[in-house]
Ligand binder design. Structure first.
Ligand code: FAD
Length: 317
């Protein structure tokens, strides 16, 4: 079922969902299931599965370091199909511009249709680690808007080049990313919101936000989005702080602010277990307020271990 239909059917009740990251190539998928199993009692209507683009890595060969291009966490669509089958839950594969030609994307979309995947998260992706800025892949999209258009075109029966007729049109529901504290490359929040509006006008059905730790930022973002004519669901993304290092890493990587009270509480912890507890309590407090405000879904970023997400969900769902 489409995410937008799940939201409609919930009739104002806030839904629970989460995002998982595929295992590193060569690792067993069982670890992923072990982390998902404890969250299924909270009945997520959908689970997102991230995609990683190709990276340059150095590997030793004959005593020399050799530069190689590789995708470290492949398998997004396969994992989605497997989760739909195993848990009877809808899944949302993340689809990237970076690292993919439009043709490769088309084949991926065809796979999704065959596998009964009805939802897609359309993203540009970040710059490769060896590049300072995002560079579009040759034959790929430069921005998520182009990807949204490609999916919409397929929904209306248009392949990229072929004239062959489809006898069964896909009807993908499309999610896009939104940034309550603006995307790191955007010159201002206002211009970033205009770009979001372009994604919506191109056919996006819902938005999932970047993580934020101050709900006010989300409320203001939703208001500003409404003011420029964005009326699709805006799902808040929540990440519980799990290690002290997050205090430096999260602002650096995502260009987000952390509230001083949260920084002080984490700084005051002497063990990682305490930090994890602070992260859980902060996320519960955030989630309660968002739920009271009637957000359609609370979407959690579970990076590997799900014990903290379970502790949060137990308080709210
Ligand atoms: P876009 O919407 O294309 O925007 C990128 C930047 O370009 C913004 O600054 C925007 O303002 C600007 N812009 C847009 N259109 C134009 C234009 N026409 N001209 C000039 N500027 C323009 N990354 C992954 O690699 N894998 C994942 O699975 C993944 N999942 C994510 C899930 C969520 C919910 C979020 C919020 C992010 C996720 N990301 C993921 C990260 C995402 O790929 C990066 O944040 C990326 O840098 C931007 O992606 P986007 O889709 O928002 O890009």
């Amino acid at each position: 079922m489409k995410i937008t239909d799940h939201i409609k059917n919930a009739q104002g009740e806030t839904l629970f969902s989460f995002e998982i990251v595929p295992p590193v190539k060569g690792k067993n998928i069982q670890h992923l299931y072990d982390n998902i199993d404890p969250l299924m009692e909270f009945k997520p209507p959908f689970i997102d599965v991230t995609t990683s683009r190709e990276e340059f890595v150095y590997r030793e060969k004959d005593g020399l370091l050799e530069k190689q291009v590789t995708r470290m966490r492949p398998g997004t669509v396969g994992i989605c199909a497997s989760l739909q089958h195993k848990y009877g839950v809808d899944t949302v594969p993340h689809v990237l511009c970076g690292g993919f030609t439009k043709e490769e994307t088309e084949y991926l979309l065809v796979d999704c249709q065959y596998l009964g995947i009805e939802n897609l998260m359309a993203l540009r992706g970040d710059a490769r680690k060896d590049q300072q800025y995002f560079e579009a892949t040759k034959g790929g999209h430069s921005y998520a808007t182009g990807l949204v258009r490609q999916i919409k075109n397929l929904n209306s029966g248009k392949y990229l080049h072929d004239d062959c007729e489809m006898d069964h049109l896909p009807d993908f529901c499309i999610g896009v990313a939104g940034y309550p504290e603006k995307h790191l490359e955007a010159p201002s929040l206002k211009s970033d919101l205009k770009r979001l509006k372009e994604k919506v006008d191109a056919g996006a059905d819902y938005v999932v936000t970047q993580m934020f730790f101050d709900n006010q930022k989300y409320f203001e973002f939703v208001e500003a989005a409404k003011n420029i004519g964005i009326h699709i669901p805006i799902i808040p993304g929540i990440k519980p702080i799990a290690v002290k290092r997050h205090l430096q890493v999260l602002p650096q990587v995502f260009r987000i602010d952390l509230p001083q009270d949260l920084i002080d509480a984490v700084d005051g912890c002497s063990t990682n277990k305490d930090v994890r507890q602070v992260g859980i309590e902060w996320a519960i407090q955030q989630s309660r307020e968002l739920k009271e405000a009637g957000v359609p879904v609370l979407h959690y970023y579970s990076m590997g271990k799900s014990d903290n997400i379970k502790a949060i969900a137990k308080e709210l769902f």
